[in-house]
Design a protein around this ligand. Sequence first.
Ligand code: GDP
Ligand code: IMO
Ligand code: MG
Length: 409
Amino acid sequence: MNIVVTGAQWGDEGKGKIVDFLAADASVIVRFSGGANAGHTIVLGGDRYALHLVPSGILYPDKIVILGSGMVIDPEALFSELAGLEKKGIDWLGRVLISDRAHLVLPSYRRVDKELEQKRARPIGTTGRGIGVAYAMKAYRDGIRIADLMDEDRLVNLEAEDRAFVEAWRDRLSPMSVDLVAYLRSHRNAYTLFEGAQGALLDIDTGTYPFVSSGMSCSAGAAAQGGIGPRRIDRVLGVFKAYSTRVGNGPFPTEFADDSPGSLSSYIRDTGNEYGVTTGRPRRCGYLDLVALRYAVAANSIDRLVLTHLDVYDELAEFEACIAYRIRGRLVEDFPTSIRDLEDAEPVLRKFSGWKESIAACTSFDELPRKARDYVAFIEEYVETPITVVSVGSDRGQTIVRESPWTRS
Ligand code: GDP
Ligand code: IMO
Ligand code: MG
């Protein structure tokens, strides 16, 4: 069975936590998009693991994790991450594979990424990891794939620094290389998880272009770049938070206007620990945007939703969620394509009353306070999609399963 786990907002929805949780029942975990721009956090019994390139699933000693064809990989970042895991007692040797179709991020790409940002009248706020440049080089057909590491014809045009970099890392990368399509064909009966990075609204096609990343982080990316075709996907899980966050620039219709100390925005940031895992930047915060969520569900054929961070609302007497936009006086219920429309969008908000108690220790849906269940039910009805997993804290164990994603429907 093949399950795709995709972000349904602007990234950082808790994909890493959910993939780690579901990986208990999987044998292979394939990350299909992005690079070291991602930061996926797993918390296990008080220990916190921040993953950037290595798929979430690595913490189990018996799982195979694969960096998929859609990824752009900086080997320096990868081996430093693996060394960090090794220090924490995780034996990864032989369990971390890399698709031979994945592309490399080279030193000049990181430099160009930063230079392009400096020249932009409206910077995107990239992570500076060379991601956009790597995908651009891929599209130019001048990128270097894992399969090309020993191919003189592919390396001949590289600048000296980039070439030396490839030569320095290739002996460590080559033994990890795998033909992902052949691997997954021969493991077609395995329970496989496809881990997305970023999210629907940061995807190069479905996101708020140009304020997006450059990879295919939508669910279709798992098929194009995860080593299987679209008909092999059995389930698409969309992960979203009880509220919204965004790092970097770009439109964000429900963003809180007041971010001063003591504001709701700073309360949510501190309670939800909303600081970037990769760059440490404070994340912008706002209410849940149901217009955007319904768009993400449709664009990704999400058939089950995973709600995370519900506990962050524990102490609020009331909160709101966006059910439509008003754009220059016009009521809009579909997520606009135009950046100008999104920037002019004023959220039409619906109020909810809070539950004012801690849900962090709840282990079943019925244990959640009625007002929390009402919020869940409203979202399900609005987006016409069941929420089958609810996360009430960062620890692996703080996960309520209403219906196992591994159950075929
Ligand atoms: P990802 O990029 O989608 O994997 O998400 P990140 O790891 O960047 O950000 C999610 C943050 O929220 C991390 O610090 C997680 O440990 C934490 N987290 C995940 N789920 C929950 C939850 O249900 N409640 C709370 N309070 N924190 C959570
Ligand atoms: P995970 O997988 C949140 C954002 C950056 C920037 C834009 C482009 O942890 O959810 P890039 O360096 O990719 O060219 O930057 O995309 N961005 C993310 N925001 N979570 C992520 O990943 C992100 N990956 C990229 O902040 O606005
Ligand atoms: Mg993240």
